[in-house]
Design a protein around this ligand. Structure first.
Ligand code: SF4
Length: 655
C-alpha cells in the first residue's frame, strides 16, 4: 500500500537501531490479562496479530518479569526461564507475517506487587524499605546480591526474547517501577553505590541496559520507557528523569526512548498511566519534545493520541518520531490501514472511557473495548462470517446495542431496518454525553451509527414500534433493543417534596435553588456527573452513595479524577446510605450497615440516580411471533453500554 498524501510523517518508515519499522504507529506495551501461567496464549497471539494485520508498524508486547523475586500472578508474562520462548516465537511469527516489527518489555515492579493466583499478596522488594500509596506493601531493601541477580535476569530475559525472534526489547523504567524506584531519591535512600547522587541512582538502570545490550547483540533494538513527569507527590522529578535519560542515550545504551507520564505509586499519578477523556488529546507530547531536545535516538510518545491527524501533527512538529496509539488500536485495529487508504472518517475513535480496556485489566479480566468487543475475542469474532442466507432483520431501538447488532447483521449480508423512537439514534448515550467532562462519550454513537450506515442499515426515526407493527412488517428476525427508563424506588414522600430523576436533571429540567441531595445507587458516572453539574451551577450538593465510596463501579483512574472534581466543588459525600423518604425540606436516608437514619434538613430537591428499569414490554408481547426474536442490552436487564454492544455483536453474528 502506498502512503497517503495526508499523513506523510506518520506513514513514513522509521529506523530504530538495527530495525526498520514500516510506519510510526505503535501499539505500546500494555497489560492484557491474556497470558496464562505467565506464558503467551493463543488469545494473546490473535490479539496482536489483529493489530499487525491492521497495519501497526511496531507492536511492543506487554511487560514480562525478569526475576522470580517477587513472583507475579499468572496473567503477568514471565521471561525468567526458557518456557517463555515458544510462545514469544509464535507471537513474533504472527506479527512478522503481516510485516510488523515486535519488541518485548522487560519488567520488574519492585515494591509494586499484586495478588498471586491463589489470592495471597506477593512479597515486595525495593531499593529501600519505603512503601507507596496504592499497593500497601512494605518492601524489603534489596541486597547487592539480589541487585546483581536482577540485572542478570534482565539480560537473560532479553536473550530469550531475541532467541524467540523478537526484533527488540524495551526496559520499563517508567511509572514508578523498579528502575524508577532506584532513580527516585524519595524511594531510594541507599548509602551504597546505588544511592545518593543522580549518577549513583542511575547505576541500576545503567547496569541493566549494558547487560541487555550485550545480550541482544547487534541485530536487536534496545529501548527504555521513562515517565518524564510522574505527576505525583514524591515522584521522580522531571529534571532527574530528563538528565538520566539524556546520559543513557548519549552513552549509546538505547536505540529509542518511549515517553509516558504518571506513576503507579500514587492515586494522582496513576491516572496518567491510562489517561481518561478528562485529559486533552496528545497532552504528553510536550514531554516528548523535551526529550527530543536531549537525545538523538528516536522518541516514541504515548498519551491519548487517538487520531492520525494528532499523531501526524506531533511528528511533523518535531515533538516525537513515533506515536503510541495503543487504545486507538484496541478500539480500531484497522486504524493504520484506514489511514493509508484515506478512510480516516471510518476510524472508530477511542473515546477515553477506560471501561473495558484498563478497566478490565484492573478487575483481572482480558482487555476489550466497549465500542469494539471483538477486541480480546479475536479467536471467536476475529473474522466476520457472511450470512448463509440473506434475511429480513428488524431492530427495535437505536441505542448502542441496537446499532451494533444492526451494523454486524447488515455487514454479514442481511437486510436490516432499524427503528428508533427518538429523533436521532443513541439511546442513553445522548444523555451521558451531556454530563460535565463526558462529551467525548457521544463518539460511541457517532462511530456505531457510521458503521451501521456504511453496512447499509436503513434507519427509521421517530417511530414507536408496537407488536402490531412488527407483525405487519413481518421480518424474519426481530431484535428488541428497547433499553430502559429511570427506576424510582418506593419512597415515603410527605408534603410534596421536589424529587427528580437524574435523566431529568441531565436533560435540563430546572432544579430549585438551594441544597440538593443526589442519591446514587449505581456508583457510576451518573451520580458523580449530576453532582458535579449541580455543584458547578451553585447548589450545595450532598452525594449519598449506596457503597463505601462515590464512583464505586468506575474504573479507578476515571473515578479518582471525577471524585477530585466534585470534592473541589465542595460536594459532601455520604457513603453507605440509601434514601427511604423525603418531605418538603428534608431527605431521609438509612445507613446500609447500621440501619440508623441519616437525616438531611434544609434540602430543596432530591435527585435520584437509582438505576434503571428495563423496557421489555415489546419483547414480552412477541413471545408467539413466528419468526426469530432476540434481545440485547438494557431491555434484558439494565447495565452499561459495554454489555449492550457486546450482546449486539453476539446476536448480530448469530443471525
Ligand atoms: Fe478507548 Fe473506551 Fe475502548 Fe478503552 S474501552 S479502547 S478507552 S473506547
Amino acid at each position: 500500500m502506498d502512503s497517503g498524501p495526508s499523513f506523510p510523517h506518520l506513514l513514513a518508515p522509521l529506523r530504530i537501531g538495527p530495525v526498520e519499522v514500516r510506519n510510526r504507529i505503535v501499539s505500546s506495551g500494555h497489560d492484557t490479562v491474556m497470558a496464562s501461567d505467565g506464558l503467551i496464549t493463543d488469545q494473546l497471539v490473535a490479539y496482536h496479530e489483529a493489530r499487525a494485520r491492521g497495519g501497526a508498524g511496531l507492536i511492543v508486547v506487554q511487560v514480562a518479569g525478569v526475576h522470580g523475586d517477587p513472583r507475579d500472578g499468572g496473567s503477568v508474562l514471565q521471561a525468567f526461564d526458557d518456557r517463555c520462548i515458544p510462545g514469544y516465537a509464535r507471537l513474533a511469527a504472527a506479527v512478522h507475517a503481516h510485516r510488523g516489527a515486535v519488541f518485548g518489555q522487560l519488567f520488574h515492579g519492585g515494591r509494586e506487587t499484586g495478588a498471586l493466583d491463589d489470592g495471597s499478596q506477593a512479597a515486595a522488594v525495593a531499593p529501600s524499605s519505603v512503601p507507596n500509596e496504592r499497593f500497601l506493601v512494605m518492601p524489603r531493601a534489596m541486597t547487592r546480591q539480589l541487585i546483581a541477580e536482577v540485572v542478570q535476569g534482565y539480560a537473560a530475559a532479553a536473550s530469550r526474547l531475541a532467541a524467540a525472534g523478537l526484533d527488540g526489547v524495551e526496559v520499563v523504567a517508567s511509572h514508578g517501577y523498579l528502575p524508577a524506584q532506584f532513580l527516585n531519591p524519595h524511594v531510594n535512600q541507599r548509602t551504597d553505590e546505588y544511592g545518593g547522587s543522580l549518577e549513583a541512582r542511575s547505576r541500576f538502570l545503567r547496569e541493566v541496559l549494558v547487560a541487555v545490550r550485550a545480550a541482544v547483540g547487534p541485530d536487536g533494538a534496545v529501548g527504555v520507557r521513562v515517565s518524564v513527569d510522574e505527576m505525583a507527590y514524591e515522584g521522580l522529578s522531571q529534571a532527574d528523569s530528563l538528565e538520566s535519560t539524556r546520559a543513557l542515550a548519549e552513552d549509546g545504551l538505547v536505540d529509542y526512548v518511549s515517553v509516558v507520564a504518571g506513576s503507579s505509586a500514587t492515586y494522582v499519578g496513576s491516572s496518567h498511566i491510562v489517561a481518561s477523556m478528562n485529559h486533552p488529546a496528545a497532552y504528553t507530547a510536550p514531554l516528548a519534545a523535551l526529550v527530543k531536545t536531549l537525545v538523538s535516538v528516536p522518541v516514541i510518545v504515548a498519551g491519548r493520541i487517538n487520531q492520525p491527524h494528532e499523531a501526524e501533527a506531533i511528528i511533523a512538529g518535531g515533538q516525537a518520531d513515533a506515536c503510541a496509539m495503543t487504545r486507538a488500536l484496541i478500539c480500531d485495529p484497522e486504524l493504520p490501514r484506514k489511514t493509508q487508504l484515506g478512510l480516516v472518517e471510518e476510524i472508530r475513535a477511542c473515546i477515553g472511557c477506560n471501561q473495558a480496556c484498563i478497566g478490565h485489566y484492573l478487575n483481572g479480566y482480558p482487555i476489550s473495548c466497549i465500542q469494539h468487543p471483538e477486541t480480546g475475542r479475536e479467536l471467536t469474532y476475529g473474522e466476520l462470517r457472511p450470512a448463509a442466507s440473506r434475511r429480513q432483520v428488524l431492530v427495535v431501538g437505536g441505542g448502542p446495542g441496537g446499532l451494533k447488532v444492526a451494523a454486524i447483521a447488515a455487514a454479514r449480508g442481511h437486510r436490516v431496518d432499524l427503528y428508533d423512537a427518538g429523533r436521532r439514534p443513541g439511546g442513553q448515550v445522548l444523555l451521558a454525553e451531556r454530563l460535565p467532562g463526558r462529551t467525548e462519550f457521544g463518539g460511541l454513537v457517532t462511530n456505531l451509527l457510521g458503521e451501521a450506515e456504511r453496512a447499509g442499515v436503513v434507519l427509521h426515526s421517530n417511530v414507536l414500534v408496537s407488536a402490531e407493527l412488527v407483525r405487519r412488517l413481518a421480518p424474519d428476525v426481530v431484535v428488541v433493543a428497547t433499553g430502559a427508563v429511570p427506576y424510582r424506588p418506593e419512597l415515603d414522600l410527605v408534603d410534596d417534596p421536589v424529587v427528580l430523576d437524574a435523566w431529568q436533571v441531565i436533560a435540563g429540567e430546572p432544579v430549585p435553588s438551594g441544597p440538593v441531595v443526589v442519591a446514587d445507587w449505581r456508583g457510576d458516572w451518573i451520580g458523580l456527573g449530576v453532582a458535579r453539574r449541580l455543584a458547578s451551577e451553585g447548589h450545595r450538593v450532598t452525594l449519598a452513595v449506596n457503597a463505601p465510596h462515590a464512583g464505586f463501579r468506575l474504573q479507578q483512574y476515571l473515578r479518582d479524577e471525577m471524585l477530585a472534581d466534585v470534592l473541589r466543588l465542595g460536594v459532601t459525600v455520604v457513603p453507605m446510605t440509601r434514601p427511604y423518604g423525603a418531605d418538603a425540606d428534608t431527605v431521609y436516608l438509612r445507613h446500609t450497615l447500621t440501619g440508623e437514619p441519616v437525616i438531611l434538613e434544609g434540602v430543596a430537591a432530591l435527585v435520584l440516580a437509582q438505576g434503571h428499569r428495563p423496557v421489555h414490554e415489546l419483547l414480552d408481547e412477541l413471545t408467539d411471533y413466528p419468526g426469530d426474536v432476540c434481545a440485547v442490552g438494557d431491555c434484558l436487564s439494565p447495565r452499561t453500554a459495554e454489555e449492550a454492544v457486546l450482546e449486539g455483536l453476539q446476536v448480530g453474528s448469530s443471525i
